[in-house]
Ligand binder design. Structure first.
Ligand SMILES: [Zn+2]
Length: 346
């Protein structure tokens, strides 16, 4: 009875152990079955296209791509290595690579990148962007795979440019009835002022693109020129109050009929065809018609009372110059050359 009891106990122990092992096997099998049959879900984002991949058991990233018929090109980037085993609710991101052309600083960069945002592409290329630089397309734009233009970086710099310019003075003319017509007196000399203009110059890739005036100031005010012009048109002559066209200062020289003065030919006939007459004949430039009368106060005590007539011309007589006829070379020499005030009579 004792033996039997002991044996029974032994048998019971074995049975318990077997039961435990069996239970364990069942549990493990169940766990395996559960593992194999439990659905897992993974999100694949392929360049903006999101898809969900459901699977059971164990899969690598590469297998998941195969199952979804997703192939990766050489230029493409994936966020998880292909041989990694997928975990439930994992997210895999694929960025498709593309060839991009960037034009900057006079160079063209062609390279392959999976970056899509313009700013990231530029950064990847190792180009620095300065604050004012212009980028096309804008830095925050995302390129799509069909983008076939180039990314352009325009370097923008600014500079201040200050230039000085003269400010022309103005002229003021006042009339003065105490001065003869034709006379001009400068009361105040004019002088130019100075203006400074500061501009902001914008350069695009080193070439001037625009100019904006920021400041403009007059540094030196111009000084106006003040002149007085005579308005008196009457002069007292032997004829009484005589009206004149203009008064002026001339360089007066003298000549006679000799060959030294008039060259070969008849020295007694004037250019107007009259006979040369002392105290009457003068030669002027063509600005004065033949017959024009000049009153020359210097000769007011001569027989002609200072009144001469334009009758002759001379090659050398130009501008404010007159030649006065004398009867002899000696007299002409004695007169010499004088600056005289003359009145051209009306
Ligand atoms: Zn002479």
């Amino acid at each position: 009875m004792n033996v039997n009891l002991k044996r029974l106990k032994e048998l019971g122990a074995i049975g318990r152990n077997l039961l435990i092992i069996s239970l364990l096997i069942v549990a493990m099998s169940a766990a395996f079955v559960i593992f194999q049959t439990t659905e897992k879900i993974v999100t694949i984002v392929d360049e903006g296209n999101t898809m969900e991949y459901t699977f059971r058991g164990e899969k690598t990233v590469g297998e998941a791509l195969l199952d979804n018929e997703i192939s990766l090109g050489e230029m493409d980037e994936i966020s998880v290595p292909l041989d990694n085993v997928l975990e439930n609710e994992q997210k895999i991101e694929i960025k498709r690579g593309m060839e991009v052309k960037v034009v900057a600083d006079g160079k063209e960069y062609v390279f392959v990148t999976a970056e899509k945002q313009v700013e990231d592409i530029i950064e990847k290329l190792g180009l620095r962007l300065e604050e004012l630089d212009l980028v096309y397309p804008a830095v925050d734009e995302k390129l799509d795979l069909n983008f076939d233009e180039e990314i352009r970086i325009t370097r923008v710099t600014e500079e201040l440019d200050t230039n000085k310019y003269p400010v022309k003075y103005t002229q003021v003319t006042r009339s003065n009835s105490n001065m003869d017509k034709g006379e001009v007196k400068t009361i105040q000399k004019g002088s130019d002022g100075l203006r400074s203009v500061t501009e902001k110059v914008v350069y695009h890739d080193g070439v001037e693109y625009s100019r904006t005036v920021l400041e403009e100031k007059v540094e030196v005010e111009p000084k106006e020129e003040i002149k007085e012009v005579g308005t008196n048109v009457y002069i007292a002559t032997s004829r009484g109050q005589t009206r004149f066209r203009t008064a002026m200062y001339v360089t007066a020289t003298a000549y006679c009929s000799c060959e030294i003065c008039t060259g070969p030919g008849n020295g007694y006939v004037t250019a107007s065809g009259t006979r040369t007459t002392a105290n009457r004949t003068i030669a002027t430039s063509k600005s004065f018609a033949f017959g024009t009368e000049f009153y020359i106060p210097y000769f007011r005590n001569s027989s002609n009372r200072g009144i001469f007539v334009v009758e002759d011309r001379g090659g050398a007589i130009k501008g404010n110059r007159i030649d006065i006829y004398f009867n002899s070379h000696e007299e002409a020499l004695r007169f010499g050359r004088k600056t005289l005030k003359v009145y051209v009579l009306d």
